[in-house]
Ligand binder design. Structure first.
Ligand code: COA
Length: 258
């Protein structure tokens, strides 16, 4: 698929997915969502890609939301299609089995914050602003935001953010637990790479199992049972033998993802 709205860059085992609609503050229109789905499917299936960093083009916005212009004239069945499309893509990102870091380089609003919340780790530039302002339009978040925000920051703060539609700055987002780190604009991507490279030095199948187990409990599946199953799955891997041998031999492990 030739991309019109996103850019792909590869840096060793890291793949950058950059949302590239700068004049519209990287708002997610239908075409961009379709490209994102395609790009993530390819990245998850590509053995050369260890993990993904998603960010927005330019300095102003990560993603300023779903494309509001596309909402006018949408009927009720159309609205369900829109919400299900977003849910499908963001669930795929969350459960894809490879680490995904959101580098929030500016506004992350509405669907933009929902996209960032579907990623496994969020880093924010110190200039970033975040919020779910859908009620200002007469809407509620429709790409998983009511659920993921409440899980990340707690029900009370989520209700306040969603009902007031207020934006919070990067430092407030850090205090809320919405982002893991706040960096200067210059350090945002280097820090994201540093964290992702550390994750990529660990056993990839164990990382995938950890993602599955952590997500399970939050998605209505028995998380403790899933942990037991995934713990035992690790015992079927060559990487576990390598990890144990390397520890006992006081050397660094060489994981193969097998
Ligand atoms: N959907 C469609 N277009 C959007 C957009 C969105 N979510 N967010 C920004 N844009 C467009 C603007 O319409 C404008 O386009 P134009 O130059 O063709 O008129 C361009 O991006 C620049 O935005 P602008 O509003 O002029 O920038 P600003 O610095 O004055 O304000 C924001 C920045 C983020 C505060 C403001 O753009 C905004 O409130 N965006 C909507 C946020 C939102 O409600 N998101 C949830 C959607 S469900």
């Amino acid at each position: 698929m030739p991309y019109q709205n996103i850019l792909i860059e590869n840096k060793e085992r890291i793949q950058y997915i950059i949302i590239n609609r700068e004049t519209k503050l990287n708002a997610l229109n239908e075409a961009t969502l379709a490209e994102l789905r395609f790009a993530f499917e390819l990245a998850f299936g590509n053995p050369d890609v260890g993990g993904i960093i998603i960010t927005g083009a330019g300095k102003k916005a990560f993603v300023a939301g779903a494309d509001i212009a596309e909402f006018s004239g949408v009927d009720v069945p159309g609205s369900i299609t829109i919400a299900r499309l977003g849910h499908g893509i963001f669930n795929m990102i969350e459960n894809g089995g490879k680490p995904v870091i959101a580098a929030i380089n500016g506004f992350a609003l509405g669907g933009g914050l929902e996209l960032a919340m579907a990623c496994h780790i969020r880093l924010a530039a110190d200039t970033a602003k975040m919020g779910l302002p859908e009620v200002t339009l007469g809407l509620i978040p429709g790409y998983g935001g009511t659920q993921r925000l409440a899980r990340l920051v707690g029900k009370g703060k989520a209700l306040e953010m969603i009902m007031t539609a207020d934006m919070i700055n990067a430092f407030e987002a850090f205090e809320y637990g919405l982002v893991n780190h706040v960096e200067s604009h210059e350090n945002l991507l280097p820090r994201a790479e540093e964290i992702l490279n550390k994750i990529l030095s660990r056993a990839p199948l164990a990382i995938a199992s950890a993602i599955t187990a952590i997500n399970a409990g939050q998605n209505g599946i028995d998380g403790f049972e899933t942990e037991i199953e995934n713990f035992s799955k690790c015992f079927q891997t060559e990487d576990l033998q390598e990890g144990i041998s390397a520890f006992l031999q006081k050397r660094k492990p060489i994981f193969k993802g097998k």
